[in-house]
Design a protein around this ligand. Structure first.
Ligand code: DQA
Length: 145
């Protein structure tokens, strides 16, 4: 079975109740259901952590297993060089890693306009709510066909 790791950074475990005017009212469980319905023959492994080392461990795991990754690094997007280096190992090994955001960070506060992850990601999709993740998955499915 084809696999994809869908990694979510800090505070995204609160989706559903966190600033619903920005992030909507759906939860990570809803996201898992959506993605699973989109790709029933894929193993969609949705994970969330508030911890930088845990996210890095998962990126290392994906690098070793050559598993494509969809990642919403959340606030780590804007300052985590450690996460960036882990993403660079994946993309550098030719494994697709797609950065996604629910909101459009460019249309928000100034500090959100910079992503230290984007330069080493395979691609970036932002601003479409959960559709950002679905579009990223669609790309991986297209690559596979
Ligand atoms: C986010 C945007 C980030 O700036 C923010 O820190 C998040 C969520 C998004 O999905 O829109 O936590 O990554």
């Amino acid at each position: 079975m084809k696999r994809v790791l869908v990694l979510n950074g800090p505070n995204l475990g609160r989706l559903g109740t966190r600033e619903p005017e920005i992030y909507g009212t759906a939860s990570l469980a809803d996201l898992t259901n959506l993605l699973t319905a989109d790709a029933p023959d894929w193993h969609i492994d949705v994970r969330q952590s508030d911890s930088e080392p845990e996210l890095m461990g998962w990126l290392h795991e994906a690098t070793d297993a050559k598993t494509p990754v969809i990642i919403n690094p959340a606030a780590f997007t804007h300052y985590s060089y450690a996460l960036r280096d882990a993403v660079a190992m994946l993309s550098g090994a030719g494994i697709p890693v797609i950065e996604v955001h629910i909101s459009n960070p460019h249309a928000r506060e100034e500090f959100r306009r910079d992503s230290v992850i984007s330069p080493v990601a395979t691609g970036v999709i932002a601003g479409f709510g959960f559709e950002s993740y679905r579009l990223a998955l669609r790309y991986l499915i297209t690559l596979d066909n």
